[in-house]
Design a binder for this molecule. Sequence first.
Ligand code: NAD
Ligand code: ZN
Ligand code: ZN
Length: 341
Amino acid sequence: MMKAAVVEQFGQPLVLREWAIPTPGPGQILVKTEACGVCHTDLHAARGDWPLKPTPPFIPGHEGIGIVVAVGSGVTSVKEGERVGVPWLFSACGHCEHCLAAWETVCDKAEFGGYTQNGGFAEYILADPNYVAHIPEGLSAVEAAPIICAGVTTYKGIKETGAKPGEWIAISGIGGLGHLAVQYAKAMGLRVCAIDIDNGKLAHATKLGADLVINAKVGDPIGQLRKETGGGAHGVLITAPSLIAFNQGVAMTRKRGTCVLVGLPPGEFPTPLFDVVAKCITIRGSFVGNRQDMHEALSFAAQGKVKADIELQPLSAINEVLERLERGEVASRVVIDFTAK
Ligand code: NAD
Ligand code: ZN
Ligand code: ZN
């Protein structure tokens, strides 16, 4: 048996309990967890926030990093002893139009780690070797954990804005995703405006290299951004789990710019049609990243260009961590450390 934190009922605390260690079948591997980041998505999962719901009981966690300890028959791409990550994109069909176009993230048959498949809030994780992240040498399990969701999602989201070096990107929400987004954007040569409702997060963004910070709850944040960027940001990346941030983000987008939606609060937001049409603005969704994006996002981290700010906690603290995340009281990213006893 292994220890796991389990969603047994939506909206209830996770239950810390024993769970049978899975056995890898043909084409599967077993990973012994060293670390797993706690993403705001785990909170949405535990509350059953989204239209597509997982089925309790399930084990959340999609930033799990560990060592391959067993391989099923037919597995050739991964060996025992290698360090891998088990990401949100747990598996996909590999054959549909989206998979063939390297858009496996939108495959109809995709399975999601810690959601439709059990994830990393457990001592062992069953994984599909074709979709695991390969952790580069020189990156510890703890350092790699936030990169395999928060990192790849923001790296891909920044690329999807189409903003070019020297242009402005506005990043709304400077939490787990956003504090990495600031670093990726700087490494990619962009001018960064960080937006949050918490001055501590904004001070942190300045330390990470943000050129401009705006508190979304103070004064006229849209007017301020338009003035300081000379007409709006070329790219906007919204990671905030708050609907108001989406309205603001669209209004902060420059003419012909692109506003990329990444945060996933439940609900809808109104689109100001005249502005979007007359300014030729693109509003685009973005969902984690494909396996090449994952490789690139990890490589930035391995080169030291991007470094997650991490608070370590044991698995037994998971419910306090989720409550703090809900209240916006996690500075950047909590990573569950499975090597701590
Ligand atoms: P987090 O809780 O660590 O960070 C959220 C940040 O947003 C906090 O700093 C908070 O202060 C800030 N915020 C809250 N309201 C705001 C507002 N009105 N304006 C500006 N900032 C505001 O969360 P996280 O782990 O970074 O995840 C953020 C969101 O992204 C979640 O909804 C999560 O489900 C989603 N997500 C999406 C993908 C994807 O592939 N699209 C991947 C991972 C996470
Ligand atoms: Zn995530
Ligand atoms: Zn497919």
